[in-house]
Design a protein. Structure first.
Length: 94
């Protein structure tokens, strides 16, 4: 799929060291798989809405790695992700 690369994700996360590269790379892969499974469509980096979706999802996963019993996804982030996902499900892939 290749919606985004490691440098893009690290820039969005404001991570300027390499210690977390493997974690961030796995989050990139997982976010792209999540998007494909949720929409049934494959996206590229040309679709800025798909790029934004992956960035927000990666940010949420990266910054909220605590135990599952805590409320890790804010209501605002959840709404944003649901809204973007609906648009991606029903719009043309570009």
């Amino acid at each position: 799929m290749a919606i985004m690369d490691l440098d893009d994700a690290k820039g969005f996360l404001k991570v300027d060291y390499n210690d977390e590269d493997l974690t961030i790379e796995s989050l990139i892969i997982a976010s792209e798989m999540y998007l494909k499974n949720a929409t049934g469509k494959e996206f590229t980096s040309k679709n800025q809405l798909a790029v934004l979706y992956c960035k927000v999802l990666i940010n949420e996963w990266y910054n909220n790695r605590e135990l599952m019993d805590k409320k890790s996804v804010s209501d605002k982030t959840r709404f944003i992700l649901q809204s973007i996902l609906l648009q991606l499900q029903y719009c043309e892939v570009s």
